[in-house]
Design a protein around this ligand. Structure first.
Ligand code: MV4
Length: 610
């Protein structure tokens, strides 16, 4: 087993991989860009190395910088997570060639062959895996497309060889569109994938998107861990994933799982991967799709996926630990028949976006409140804590909520409970959208397809949900200063948490609030303990440090003052509230390195007490 793994990623997946390492007693190394210097994955790791500026191309995607960090850390393996370099065959090859460092993932060769879509189709076809009727060689001329249309009819999908995910597909609905769409597909292929090669498939109008989790070791063992239904997507971005699929009968499930195993074995694929399928819907079906339903290979994802958690919850296997153990040469220690599926799981991507504004990503903000749900059947994968600044240089997904229930109905009810508990203030999230989806008839009946969100759902319902369940800080405040405060008030013996917004009035110093039993919005902040980081304090007294970034509103003491525990030292404005910074213990004020109106960062020293 490895001694130390460098996780070449950030955010929730970096922490997720590090947790697997912790359980294997393997050391953890984080890499971070300048934008992520205070990030949760850096906090979590045993050690961390800066790999460059915020721009991903100059940091997380910089092959040499990442490998150099592994060298510095003396790491003996690299786990790429998902996104960034996870499916970059060139990088995988460089790691494979790097002396003493193991790549945790499929071989660069397998990644390469399955990344070329026509090659992947050939491999699957030869392994008796159903592929969408189409070509397994590129086409170049309009006549080829027209001949295909005469044989299979329209619509036709023209797909880029190098495409995948939500990219690189043109739909041709009639012969008249062939020339333009073929040219457009080739141009896009060249522009996006540096490959103008395209191929053809019959276009399926209303497919379900089913994917099968695979783990395969270096000893010829290939297992599938069941399927996930990812049919709720928006512009090719998955939003909610679940398993098992309510749309499949056990017989169809077995057929698809075994097809995935055959295809992966034929491709000499190892480690974790996901085989994607399109399953043709039967309009107006009453009940799950039967054994004769048509399913077709779509593509292989040669990485751990965001939604791997769904499979972990219903099978009990830790897929990331399996990845690490397989890369370390271990043999899979269970048979296919040992794989059981218990209950139902749903994953909700918690994106910092405003669903009512076309899912526009947040442009900044601070997690003024971050209070995630818990309790039975609730898993939260994140790298956040209250007070964190939102990093907007990368993906808008900030967390994943995964809920398990004995069956889909219980999972939905529990998900609603967990989403109601999930309290995030200070940035917009799509939690209101998720709460809406769990009451949407198509979703609850599991009759939605990949087009539902983009083409069928009434968008005004999303706006209503945002109004109803969005956090106060998402409403567009007027020009005037809005100061929010939370109070707990008691009326006839019953306590209520209320939020008050003060528009335009000057902020009331927190210490002056007499809310007749209400609690101050911002309880006094205790002293910050030992001086942190780069404070340039002369003496060796105890420092009182800023617990959050903010502005000094008032300095209540002078050097030489005697203070007692609980005395207010400084008033710090942060998160649109006034925070009394108090002495945790008595002492004499020896230094005050700050002054009124000064901005301070989390960890800056405000006062020194002897
Ligand atoms: C298709 C298809 C229908 N017929 N191929 C979308 C991106 C790329 N990975 C493949 N995709 C599709 N290929 C044929 N022959 C419908 C889609 C598709 C889709 C597939 C999976 C998940 C979401 C989707 C959303 C729109 C279209």
């Amino acid at each position: 087993m490895f001694r130390k793994v460098l996780v070449a990623n950030r955010g929730e997946i970096a922490v997720r991989v590090m947790r697997a390492c912790e359980e294997l007693n393997v050391g953890t190394v984080a890499i971070y860009s300048d934008a992520d210097k205070n990030a949760g994955h850096v906090r979590y790791a045993d050690e961390a190395y800066n790999v460059g500026p915020a721009r991903a191309a100059d940091s997380y995607l910089d092959h040499e910088a990442v490998i150099e960090a592994a060298r510095k850390a003396d790491a003996d393996a690299i786990h790429p997570g998902y996104g960034f370099l996870a499916e970059n065959a060139e990088f995988a090859s460089k790691v494979e060639d790097a002396e003493g460092i193991t790549w945790i993932g499929p071989s660069a060769e397998a990644m390469e062959s399955l990344g070329e879509k026509t090659k992947a189709r050939k491999i699957m076809d030869e392994a008796d895996v159903p592929i969408v009727p189409g070509t397994t060689d590129p086409v170049t001329e309009p006549e080829e497309v027209k001949e295909f249309g005469e044989e299979y009819g329209y619509p036709i999908a023209i797909k880029a060889e190098g495409g995948g995910g939500g990219r690189g597909m043109k739909v041709v609905r009639s012969e008249a569109e062939v020339e333009d769409q073929l040219e457009s597909a080739k141009r896009e292929g060249e522009a996006y994938f540096d490959n103008d090669s395209v191929y053809l498939e019959r276009y399926l109008e209303n497919p379900r998107h089913i994917e099968v989790q695979i783990v395969a070791d270096e000893h010829g063992n290939v297992r599938h861990l069941g399927e996930r239904d990812c049919s709720l997507q928006r512009r090719h971005q998955k939003v909610i994933e679940e398993g098992p699929s309510a749309a499949l009968t056990d017989d169809l499930r077995e057929q698809i799982g075994e097809a995935a195993r055959r295809g992966v074995a034929a491709a000499d694929y190892t480690n974790a991967g996901t085989v994607e399928f399109l399953v043709e819907e039967e309009p107006g079906r009453d009940g799950p799709l039967g054994p004769d339903a048509n399913f077709y290979f779509l593509e292989v994802n040669t990485r751990i996926q965001v939604e791997h958690t769904v499979t972990e919850e219903i099978t009990g296997y830790d897929i990331v630990k399996r990845q690490i153990r397989i890369a370390a040469g271990e043999e899979i220690d269970f048979e296919q028949d040992d794989v059981g599926f218990d209950g139902h799981a749903i994953e909700f991507r918690i994106n910092a976006e405003n669903a009512a504004e076309e899912f526009a990503p947040a442009t900044g903000g601070q997690l003024e409140t971050y209070d995630p749900p818990g309790g039975i059947g609730v898993r939260l994968d994140d790298a956040l804590r209250q007070g964190d600044e939102l990093v907007t240089d990368y993906d808008s997904m900030i967390a994943k909520l995964i809920v398990w229930g004995e069956d889909r109905d219980e999972c939905i009810e529990r998900s609603l409970r967990a989403l109601r508990e999930y309290d995030i203030e200070g940035i917009p999230t799509i939690i209101p959208f998720h709460r809406l989806m769990l009451t949407d008839e198509e979703f609850v009946e599991s009759t939605h397809t990949t087009k539902y969100l983009d083409e069928e759902m009434d968008q005004s319902r999303i706006e209503e949900a945002q109004q109803q369940w969005g956090s106060a800080t998402e409403s567009s405040a007027g020009d005037e200063e809005t100061v929010e405060r939370e109070f707990t008030v008691e009326v006839n013996g019953k306590r209520f948490d209320v939020e008050l917004e003060e528009h335009g009035a000057p902020a009331i110093p927190a210490g002056d609030i007499d809310a007749s039993g209400g609690e101050q919005a911002s309880p006094p902040q205790p002293a910050g303990g030992e001086s942190s980081g780069d404070s340039d304090i002369a003496g060796d007294g105890e420092t009182v440090d800023a617990e959050m970034q903010g502005t000094i509103l008032d300095v209540e003491v002078e050097e030489g003052d005697e203070v007692a525990a609980g005395d207010v030292l400084v008033v710090l404005e942060a998160m649109k509230m006034e925070n009394d910074i108090v002495a945790e213990r008595g002492g004499t004020v020896s230094e005050i390195p700050v002054e009124e109106d000064q901005s301070v960062d989390m960890g800056d020293t405000l006062v020194v007490l002897e």
